[in-house]
Design a protein around this ligand. Structure first.
Ligand code: C2O
Ligand code: CU
Ligand code: CU
Length: 512
């Protein structure tokens, strides 16, 4: 039997000159896997209440993490070594931040999933220089949800989030504290920030920047959950709630439980569903969130896992598609759940209903726009303009390294859409490439009208801010664009594969 290290060596020796190395095998893949570690829970930060305003003090800083025993990994964090605290606020709260940049490059934090005025949204225009401080404030005007915050620096979101500039942000409201759901943070209500990383032989992060990483996004072979390698958690109650955030730069997750039993999804990106949805698997693409309930009675440990993501696979052939097929077929253990012996006597108490959602009918739209996601049009792209379907091209296959929307790469001086505050719009998003793109719109919480002509999946029938658009597929969403308008500050929309965002698959709209 080969061990992995030998296989790696022989692959490198024999195939390297011709074939692209498909995935980088890293330190973690060759080192003995460490024992189960207790899942780290990011500390809660509720700010400090002064004269009716919650003040949050956040510092972007360098640090050192110990993912592997006896190894140090240089990382970045917010008020810590890696990732940031879970910011917690309530609908109706006034919040204010002082965000200090103690790094030696520019950065910015964006409130992903938060409906806030454009000037405080934390996009690439609101840059914090090294040594600088940014002090946005806003009023929380939205329902309970598991949101997040992360770097949105122009051309640098990918590497900055990879090093650790991200955290969770939980909004509570009257309803969410009344509904009967586990809500003891870190005990039966557990945040899971899932990320994949590559490590070198010193256990330092590797951020590869080969052409293929630029094309399919940076993916690692090792999962970290809240910055914990090989994490486990004890479940002392009958059921637990997981607030799951796919914070990977580019990897889709296909969540399931190792024993094959069902779980219940209770929330999408922007809040509770109308009623829990019973599922056996759930695809989450980068940027998306889901809250799920899991039955934790019994005494046998089991895992939250991620299996192959078949919806990410296009029927076309080409280097890019082959690569995607391979990396989206990988299996990961995400979290080991150790029940502590609550007995199964009756069915788990799952609420029948959660909240009422007002559905926007297609007729409510004042305007329809088209967004075309593109990755160049060279031969072997696999797209409509590349080789025909089922044609295996020998050359090309990387789409020329270009990422764009409607034929244009992100340009800070170009506004794709001017939207009148108070109107409702349908956006038809066409994916003209052979790989999946999670499409995110800042500020608005949208509803999915259809994907490839089919109604939204039951797991997506709630408010969303990010939606996966399958290869060669299209998704139609509808959103109400509330004010306030601000002609001077644009909002972003983009692919949430951070390397695609950084390399041009992003555009801007203003609300007037
Ligand atoms: Cu989560 Cu514009 O990003
Ligand atoms: Cu956002
Ligand atoms: Cu993309």
């Amino acid at each position: 039997m080969f061990n992995r290290r030998d296989t790696l060596k022989s692959l490198l020796v024999s195939g390297a000159a011709f074939a692209m190395p498909r995935s980088l095998r890293s330190f973690a893949a060759t080192a003995p896997s460490p024992a189960l570690q207790t899942l780290k829970i990011p500390p809660i930060d509720e700010g400090e209440l002064q004269l009716g305003v919650r003040h949050f003090d956040l510092t972007l800083q360098q640090g050192v993490s110990h993912f592997f025993p006896d190894r140090e990994t240089p990382t970045w964090g917010i008020n810590g070594n890696y990732l940031g605290p879970t910011l917690r606020m309530r609908e109706g709260d006034k919040v204010a931040f002082a965000i200090h940049n103690a790094l030696d490059e520019n950065s910015i934090l964006h409130w992903h999933g938060m409906d806030v005025p454009a000037a405080v949204d934390g996009g690439p225009h609101q840059n914090i220089l090294p040594g600088g401080t940014w002090s946005p404030n806003f009023k929380v005007k939205q329902a309970a949800a598991s949101c997040w915050y992360h770097s949105h620096a122009m051309h640098k979101s990918g590497p900055q989030v990879y090093r650790g500039l991200a955290g969770m942000l939980i909004v509570d409201d009257q309803l969410s504290t009344r509904v009967e759901l586990p809500n003891n943070y870190g005990v039966d209500d557990i945040p899971l920030i899932i990320q994949d990383r590559l490590f070198d032989e010193n256990a330092h992060f590797v951020y590869p920047e080969r052409m293929q990483d630029r094309m399919v996004g940076v993916r690692g072979d090792t999962l970290l959950v809240n910055g914990t390698l090989n994490p486990g958690v004890q479940a002392t109650s009958e059921g637990i709630r997981l607030r799951i955030l796919n914070a990977c730069n580019a990897r889709n997750l296909n969540l399931a439980l190792s024993h094959g039993e069902a779980f219940w999804q209770i929330a999408t990106d922007c809040g509770l569903l109308e009623a829990p949805v019973e599922l056996r698997q759930l695809v989450l693409s980068p940027g998306e969130r889901a809250e799920i309930l899991i039955d934790t009675r019994g005494s046998t440990p089991f895992q939250l896992i991620s299996g192959p993501v078949t919806i990410a696979q296009s029927p076309y052939y080409g280097l890019l598609t082959d690569l995607i097929r391979e990396i989206d077929s990988e299996h990961f253990d995400i979290l080991t759940i150790v029940p502590t012996g609550q007995q199964k006597t009756s069915p788990l108490n799952i609420p029948k209903t959660l909240r009422k959602i007002d559905w926007l009918p297609a007729q409510a739209a004042n305007t329809t726009r088209t967004m075309r996601l593109q990755m160049g049009s060279g031969p072997g792209n696999g797209g409509g303009q590349g080789g025909g379907p089922q044609t295996r091209r020998q050359f090309g296959g990387w789409g020329g390294g270009n990422h764009s929307i409607n034929g244009r790469k992100m340009d800070m001086n170009y506004i794709e859409a001017t939207i009148i505050a108070g109107t409702t719009e349908i956006w038809e998003i066409f994916n003209e490439t052979p790989i999946i793109h999670p499409f995110h719109i800042h500020k608005v919480h949208f509803q999915i009208l259809e994907r490839n002509g089919e109604p939204a999946l039951p797991s997506e029938r709630g408010f969303k801010d990010t939606v996966n658009v399958p290869p060669q597929g299209h998704v139609k969403i509808i959103a109400h664009f509330k004010g306030p308008g601000d002609p001077l500050h644009p909002y972003m929309f983009h692919c949430h594969i951070l390397e695609h965002e950084d390399h041009g698959m992003m555009g801007q709209f203003i609300l007037i």
